[in-house]
Design a binder for this molecule. Structure first.
Ligand SMILES: *Cc1c(COP(=O)(O)O)cnc(C)c1O
Length: 386
């Protein structure tokens, strides 16, 4: 049985067009890394780029680098590199701050754009905690009522905005972005999407589905490095009315005019606040090179094949939906004593993570995880459980 699965995995790896991408990452042969949905692996070329940033751009050019090394425009430039991965046009996406902060900007801006008579803000009931905390504060500040939302629930004349996680971080369930966005618009509300677990994992199609606002992490499937800055997308026709609750000198039309009154800039810069976090931003920008020539559709096809393969080889109950249309790029398995089981898996070189109370979570990052990895993870899991 296991010889058979190993042979099948080898066959699948041999016909995998993305297999070459693995060489772009710094990974050891001893570890099966299935936690790239929490912290993406390091692309090999990034340390050399960072050495140049530190030694030459900072060390030698110092202040001149804001202009000569393109530091000042890095937030928009890096946003333009992410845009095609999430189905957005150039000039719509800016990089900076954390996802938590960008959720605040996007949600408050959406509420401000909605009809003031609408008094409800919907947030998906199983949201990643930070989105829920920020949404509660945003609702309170704007005098709205926060309402838990189960994807598929009706929206109505009281709905101002809805905030949904594209993929549920715990279960790996993929929510219906086109359908929920269309339903929000039908009800006269705005849709804000959190793409932390879908950006770089599957096609999002922000522009095609007329999403109003979107935010997401860059340190998960985009491999930007620990704490790398997040992105914020604003639909092109909302940009001129985008009223950020965090206007800073970086979002000003003329930042170096240093005027006391605020005149917002045009386009993606409005999503900026203060001085960007250049070292992390440039590490992310460099990390995005691994996407050159890679189609997100190919990534999605491999992700589904990998998660199908893994699901076929495990015996625990999966809380991740079996239907492709409802599955992100992870598999979450329910397991008694999951914390201790994950510790043992990690000790045996299979790195996933544990989520309360009983979930083993395995992230499949198609750029550097192969079928032999999935096969080995399933085999090690079986032996830990035995
Ligand atoms: C990972 C994640 C975050 C993290 O937010 P930070 O501000 O980067 O800490 C937020 N939302 C979701 C849905 C996530 O998966």
């Amino acid at each position: 049985m296991s010889e058979q699965s190993a042979a099948r995995a080898a066959e699948l790896d041999a016909s995998d067009e993305l297999a070459v991408c693995r060489e772009l990452f710094s990974l050891d042969k001893e570890t099966v890394y299935l936690d790239g949905n929490s912290l993406g692996a390091l692309p090999r070329h990034v340390p050399d780029r960072m050495r140049d940033v530190m030694e030459r751009e900072w060390g030698q050019l110092r202040i001149r680098s804001w202009d000569e090394s393109g530091w000042w425009t890095a937030p928009e430039r890096t946003g333009d590199r992410i845009a095609p991965i999430i189905g957005a046009a150039a000039g719509t996406t800016v990089v900076g701050d954390s996802t938590s902060v960008n959720v605040f900007k996007a949600l408050v801006a959406a509420i401000r754009m909605a009809d003031p008579a609408r008094d409800e803000v919907l947030v998906d009931a199983t949201t990643f905690p930070t989105d829920g905390y920020v949404a509660e504060s945003a609702a309170r500040m704007t005098g709205k009522r926060l309402v838990p939302y189960t994807p598929g629930d009706p929206m109505g004349p009281r709905t101002a905005a809805v905030l949904v996680n594209h993929v549920d971080y715990r279960t790996g369930r993929l929510h219906d972005l086109p359908g929920i966005t269309a339903a929000a618009h039908e009800a006269g509300a705005l849709a804000v999407w959190d793409l932390c677990h879908s950006a770089g994992a599957l096609p999002v199609g922000l522009e095609a589905h007329e999403v109003d606002f979107a935010v997401g992490c860059t340190y998960k499937y985009l491999n930007g490095g620990p704490g790398s800055p997040a992105f914020l997308y604003v639909r092109p026709d909302h940009q001129s009315s985008f009223d950020s609750p965090l206007p800073g000198w970086n979002s000003h039309a003329d930042p170096f005019g240093m005027t006391p009154d605020f005149t917002p800039g045009t386009g993606a810069v409005r999503g900026r606040v203060g001085t960007p976090d250049i070292l992390s931003m440039l590490a992310l920008e460099s990390a995005l090179d691994v996407w050159d020539g890679v189609s997100i559709e190919a990534v999605r096809a491999k992700s589904l094949a990998l998660t199908d393969f893994f699901l076929e080889h495990v015996t625990l109950e999966s809380v991740t939906p079996a239907a492709h249309a409802e599955r992100g790029s992870q598999v979450s398995l329910r397991c008694a004593d999951a914390g201790a089981v994950m510790k043992e898996l990690i000790a045996r070189g299979v790195v996933g993570d544990f989520r309360q109370p009983d979930i083993l979570r395995f992230g499949f990052t198609p750029l550097y995880v192969g079928f032999a990895d999935a096969e080995r993870a399933a085999a090690v899991l079986a032996s830990v459980l035995a």
